[in-house]
Design a protein around this ligand. Structure first.
Ligand code: ADP
Length: 381
């Protein structure tokens, strides 16, 4: 069976001063930074900048499995979608998912499954979407770091955080965290995912040639680099927690958790406002009652026009006039009622608890007055 041995690479990966082309020492990481909560619509999310890599990870779930036949009654399933943006590399990358992307999705899933409690989510799925916006070598490692951070941000319980970082070899020297060129021209590449709780390895791939001693050195570098990245992950999570705590404190102080003396002065001014409002309401009520009284008095004092003419007209004329006067008195009555209603409405608008009984009795009183003032009964007699 033929053994595929990679061709020797003679491209330069070191400067004259012995440092790597980007100025790093052999056991030095590329610049790394991360943040969480970067995608509002996701349950949890993270952004990782690792060297020239720019990677987003977003978590959805645990939620119902689609299609349903994939659901497992004994445990939840983890689905990982690693994708590279068309513009993430020098040449245009085809937007269709390729074999490499499917393979990387699979290895990231396998690296994360051991730290999740999937048995706690039967019939459910957790989805991790990873988008590589810019690629610069070692994207599967940086993507795993981002996915772990996003899971923590989503509040999904984990046995441990995981960190992805690679070791490798170029020009006969063992290196930590290979860049794109080192990855392509180097002699070996070992992407690793470290479970930070016990420093076990949940993913190890190997591509190239290395002696056992070189591999041991490589793993030492990996553990050292993983610890640095892990501290940055914790820092990002702490930063978000502190931000939420600060916002909650500001909200609390705005709502009512003010110091006692401030609360007291607020209460006093509130009481003063209440009493002012009550006084003005009483004034309005009195004004309306006075108006009603005046209207009643006016009608009582008015002599009935029919009374004045009653002696001069005969019975038939009386009948005719009676009809006219009844109509007139109806008009008057309705106009009076309108006035009273509008007065009462204005009274009600000032007082939120209208005294219905009072209104009713004053209306009855009005009706009685009108009836008394009208010529109907007396005149006929
Ligand atoms: P990793 O990114 O995990 O190292 P690979 O070793 O497969 O994975 O890829 C090495 C680098 O090659 C990637 O980081 C990326 O910069 C580049 N690369 C990968 N796929 C493509 C592609 N389709 N076109 C151009 N460059 C690519």
């Amino acid at each position: 069976m033929p053994i595929l041995v990679p061709e020797p690479h003679d491209e330069i990966c070191f400067r004259e001063d012995g440092k790597r082309l980007d100025g790093r020492a052999v056991d030095e990481l590329r610049p790394f930074s991360c943040e969480v909560g970067v995608i509002k619509n996701a349950q949890g999310s993270a952004l990782v900048r690792h060297g020239g890599n720019l990677i987003y990870a977003a978590i959805y779930g645990p939620r119902e499995v689609h299609p349903r036949h994939l659901a497992r009654p004994d445990k939840g399933i983890l689905r990982v979608y690693y994708r590279m943006a068309t513009f993430s590399v020098h040449e245009r990358k085809s937007p269709a998912p390729n074999r490499r992307e499917n393979e990387i999705s699979k290895v990231i899933r396998e690296a994360l499954e051991p730290v999740l409690f999937l048995e706690a989510y039967p019939d459910s799925q957790i989805e991790i979407y990873i988008e590589v916006i810019a690629a610069d070598g070692g994207t599967r490692c940086a993507s795993t770091t981002a996915a772990s951070l996003a899971l923590a941000d989503a509040g999904i319980p984990m046995k441990s955080m995981v960190v992805g970082v690679a070791a490798g070899k170029a020009q006969g020297r063992v290196l930590l965290d290979l860049g794109d060129k080192e990855d392509k021209v180097g002699q070996a590449d070992i992407p690793c995912v470290v479970v930070m709780k016990d420093k076990s390895i949940s993913l190890l791939q190997f591509d190239g040639e290395m002696s056992l001693e070189e591999m041991k050195t490589g793993f030492e570098y990996v553990l050292k680099g993983a610890e640095i990245i892990y501290q940055k992950q914790l820092e990002a999570l702490r930063e978000k927690y502190n931000k939420i705590t600060r916002e909650a404190e500001i909200e609390d102080s705005a709502v009512g958790n003010l110091p006692q003396n401030e609360q007291k002065s607020i209460n006093e001014s509130q009481n003063a406002q209440d009493s002012l409002q009550n006084t003005s309401q009483i004034d309005e009520q009195m004004k309306v009652q006075n108006e009603k009284q005046e209207i009643n008095n006016d009608h009582k004092a008015e002599p009935s026009p029919l009374m004045e003419n009653s002696s001069a007209i005969n019975e038939s004329q009386k009948e005719v006039e009676k009809g006219e006067v009844e109509e007139k008195s109806k008009d008057e009555k309705s106009s009076e009622e309108n006035i009273i209603k509008s007065s009462e409405q204005s009274a009600n608008s000032t007082d939120d608890s209208p005294k219905q009984g009072e209104n009713q009795s004053s209306q009855e009183e009005q009706q009685l007055n009108t009836e008394n003032d009208s010529p109907s009964g007396d005149d006929q007699e």
